[in-house]
Design a protein around this ligand. Structure first.
Ligand code: GLU
Length: 445
């Protein structure tokens, strides 16, 4: 018999100073421990030990020259976490906060998330402590070239397929793909999130944001409710927040906040118009990591140094980064009458915050279910590349919608509790875990 304490003690011993990885694993194990102990074959095959140990990790030095001619040194990583279900798949994060422990947490989450999509993808994650903010295009180009010169040794369309994440968007994917092609002389689907001209998929840029809103829509429908007329707060102002705000607006809701490192915007009129998002995109592309100018431009309020969780809303969507929503924020949201939480960043809520929502019976969608639309459309991009053809936007969008509804269904199947409350976090963990675990058993050790 496995015990939670026993596993966690051993895990902490083996992974010192990696609190996010420990947090992510604990959250999953709390959900799956009974399922595991009910199936002795999982212990026989040491599934817990094997699923919490990455298959392999590459770290490498990335040297690049800045615009002043100085040599800069960063660290690059690729964590190939688990390939039971298919090639390693997951994004690259370029952000000053990137550490090995952080990427292990993301790779572990990605394995379960990718399993939930039902597409044949294993889990991986990578990146660098390089921060693209404030860098010129040519500095980013030189960094990406140096990064891919090393990374290309470890990836391939049937082995490991990276994509974007925080700090890695269309521009970075283009530069990375250009270097891969230069070295390998291949046109393959080795990366996803590519530009449309060289194998990218329609709807990929919007996919995470659209997907989370399709998930929310299914969640509300199952509670005999709808997005029509709802007030929504979301954090962040990147690709994910953009897709979510646009789809929410289309579905009749009003998104009243966005946020950046400098504070948040409160816009009573709603942030989800093409004009407002074009302006945010301009702000991002001019390398200003701030949302403040939006307030002046569109007559909204800017609240400096704070997060948007103090605003009374029906639904809250953390869309920025892990642990961005604390217990205090959760208490405030619940006191202000929030009805649903849709975590859209990976592990956006601190463990205490998530547990608070669940104990107050607020339907809580975990990131690994709600944000799976991004990687799901990456999976569809891989399919299109393998077939050497391109689907229409309508086709990709319909498949995305079907996948999100299916994930919602899996959460209900595995997460329904005796009182009728759906514990989506538990449901997603069990559904994602079972498929990987059963496959590992079938494959032998
Ligand atoms: N970085 C995204 C995620 O966290 C997308 C990964 C991908 O498309 O491979 O799921």
């Amino acid at each position: 018999m496995y015990t939670l304490d026993g596993i966690m003690q051993e895990l902490e011993r083996k992974n010192p100073a990696q609190p996010e990885f420990i947090q992510a694993v604990r959250e999953v194990l709390e959900s799956v421990i009974d399922t595991v102990n009910d199936n002795p074959v999982y212990e026989k095959y040491r599934i817990i030990e094997r699923m919490t140990e990455p298959d392999r990790i590459y770290t490498f030095r990335v040297d690049w020259e800045d615009d002043e001619g100085n040599l800069q040194v960063n660290r690059g990583y690729r964590v190939q976490f688990n390939n039971a279900l298919g090639p390693y798949k997951g994004g690259l994060r370029f952000h000053s906060s990137v550490t090995l422990g952080g990427l292990k947490f993301l790779g572990f989450e990605q394995t379960l998330k990718n399993s939930l999509t039902t597409l044949p993808m294993g889990g991986g994650k990578g990146g660098s402590d390089f921060n693209p903010r404030g860098k010129s295009d040519s500095e980013i180009l030189r960094f990406c070239r140096s990064f891919m010169t090393e990374l290309q040794k470890y990836v391939g369309p049937d082995t490991d397929v990276p994509a974007g994440d925080i700090g890695v968007g269309a521009r970075e994917i283009g530069f990375l793909y250009g270097q891969y092609k230069r070295i390998r002389g291949e046109n393959t689907g080795v990366l996803t999130g590519k530009g449309l001209g060289y194998g990218g998929s329609l709807v990929r840029p919007e996919a995470t944001g659209y997907g989370t809103m399709y998930f929310a829509q299914a969640m509300l429908e199952s509670h005999q409710d709808s997005l029509q007329g709802k007030r929504i707060s979301l954090s962040g102002f990147g690709n994910v927040a953009w897709g979510a705000a646009m789809k929410a607006t289309e579905l009749g809701a009003t998104v009243v906040t966005i946020s950046g490192p400098d504070g948040y915007i409160y816009d009573e009129e709603g942030v989800g118009t093409p004009e407002k998002w074009a302006y945010m995109q301009y702000l991002r592309s001019s390398n200003n990591d701030v949302v403040a100018p939006y307030a002046k431009r569109f007559g909204a309020k800017f609240i400096e140094g704070k997060k948007p969780w103090e605003v009374p809303v029906d639904l809250a969507f953390p869309c920025a980064i892990q642990n961005e929503l604390s217990l205090q924020d959760a208490e405030l949201l619940v006191a202000n009458g929030v009805k649903y939480i849709v975590e859209t960043s990976n592990m956006g809520c601190q463990a205490e915050a998530m547990n608070y929502f669940i104990s107050h019976r607020i339907p809580f969608a975990p990131g690994k279910a709600a944000n799976a639309g991004g990687v799901a459309v990456s999976g569809l991009e891989m399919s299109q590349n393998a077939m050497h053809l391109a689907w229409s936007a309508a086709e990709v969008d319909q498949r995305l919608k079907d996948i999100m509804i299916n994930i919602h269904h899996s959460c209900i199947t595995e997460g329904m509790e005796d009182d009728g409350y759906v514990n989506y976090a538990k449901g997603a963990n069990i559904a994602g875990f079972k498929k990987v675990a059963d496959t590992m058993v079938q494959l032998g050790y």
